[in-house]
Ligand binder design. Structure first.
Ligand SMILES: Cc1ncc(COP(=O)(O)O)c(C=O)c1O
Length: 387
């Protein structure tokens, strides 16, 4: 599909016509989509060039060790320079995507049959994934401070561990709440996991997108033996359809266990995904920095405009991710996202899916142009004023 002409916005070029992808094709054409975590920006040129070159070179066969090693080298360099996290290349293993990597980590690296804790509200594909891993799910709803800050319920998590839960899937940065956990919060969680010999499986896919005043702390940098990290370039560089993610095993026993089970034939990563990951992690840092600057502009726009445009809607502080967690409870709507889809022709992700008593929330993806973000806000305002 033609992407159309390109305009400049907040340091990031954006396609002017309606692009393709799941985000833009799922709903009717009159709907402005702000739901699934895809971005409205063209690919980083290095990624685009690498993929075009790969096609020209017929690199559509099976993944091969050199490209996987190049991707791992680029990834470990990126994690070091951008996250301050030192990872040896031999600790990195390919998986097709973060959800599948998390499922494999539960199956292979936690006590056989042990239940899995999720801190709700949380990225909803986790729920089905735990079921597919054949494990019982223990939902521990999080605490919310008076200012709307979400916090792990450590007592609830400890209860779950003491009743046999063998792991927690941590979402840091936290989709949908936008929290970036502080070091002390991670330390407290890890201490509990250690006490009960449970594992922390940390989904850090949003780690590179963190805003001024906050810092992503890789959980494995605190406790390499306890934590399993699952990540990908796919959110930051908009590559989820290429199926390439990484599990970082900072525990030596995990590495042995994993390597004996996931032979090259069973990994399931794609060649083009590895090529794109190498170009993303290794050669797209300028683009990445512009991206974060542009997203910061959009986040600031939301913080600035919301009190005027939507004074009854509360915005949780978005510390990381490009997802804003909006509280519509003032409107007493059963399902704000369904109402706004019908009456504002704006697609948010409904809060109920994330569980944890979130039915009065909607998640707004603000990885778009400032103009489109303003249009989204104006449409929502119009629909809410009609109530
Ligand atoms: C927290 C989180 N984890 C995982 C994913 C999906 O990753 P993947 O497509 O690699 O499974 C997303 C996608 O938005 C996400 O927000």
């Amino acid at each position: 599909m033609a992407v159309g002409q390109v305009q400049d916005s907040g340091g990031i070029a954006v396609s002017a016509e309606q692009p393709g992808g799941l985000k833009w094709t799922y709903f009717d054409p009159d709907v402005v989509p702000a739901w699934v975590a895809e971005m409205d920006y063209p690919l980083a040129p290095e990624i685009s060039n690498a993929l075009h070159a790969a096609i020209d070179l017929n690199l559509t066969g099976y993944p091969y060790p050199q490209i996987e090693q190049a991707a791992f080298e680029a990834a470990t360099d990126f994690w070091h320079s951008e996250l301050g996290w030192q990872v040896d290349q031999s600790w990195v293993f390919s998986v097709p995507d973060v959800i599948e990597g998390t499922k494999r980590a539960i199956e292979r690296l936690t006590k056989p049959g042990s239940p899995v804790v999720l801190h709700t509200p949380v990225y909803f594909p986790f729920f089905g994934m735990v079921g597919r891993a054949g494990r019982q799910l223990v939902e521990v709803p999080s605490h919310v401070d008076d200012d709307g800050t979400y916090r792990l319920d450590l007592d609830g998590i400890e209860r779950a561990f003491s009743h046999g839960a063998g792991s927690i899937v941590l979402c840091n940065p936290w989709n949908p709440t936008g929290r970036v956990f502080e070091r002390s919060e991670l330390e407290n969680l890890i201490q509990l996991a250690e006490r009960y010999e449970s594992r922390v499986i940390s989904d850090e896919i949003h780690a590179p997108i963190v805003y001024e005043g906050h810092e992503h702390v890789p959980a494995a940098s605190i406790a390499p033996e306890v934590v399993v990290t699952v990540t990908s370039a796919s959110k930051t560089f908009d590559l989820p359809g290429l199926k390439c993610a990484q599990v970082v095993l900072t525990n030596g026993n995990d590495r042995e266990n994993w390597a004996s089970y996931f032979t090259p034939e069973t990994v399931g990563v794609g060649t083009l995904g590895l090529i794109a990951a190498e170009a993303a992690y290794g050669r797209s840092k300028d683009w990445y920095r512009d991206l974060v600057a542009g997203l910061q502009t959009n986040k600031d726009l939301l913080v600035r405009e919301l009190p005027d445009v939507l004074p009854e809607v509360k915005l949780n502080e978005t510390q990381g991710t490009y997802l804003a967690w909006l509280d519509f409870s003032a409107y007493e709507l059963d399902d704000p996202a369904a109402y706004l889809l019908e009456h504002a022709r704006v697609a948010l992700t409904g809060g109920a899916q994330f569980r944890g008593s979130s039915s009065h929330f909607g998640r707004l993806n603000f990885a778009t142009t400032p103009d489109r973000l303003n249009e989204i806000l104006a449409r929502i305002r119009g629909a809410l004023l009609a109530l």
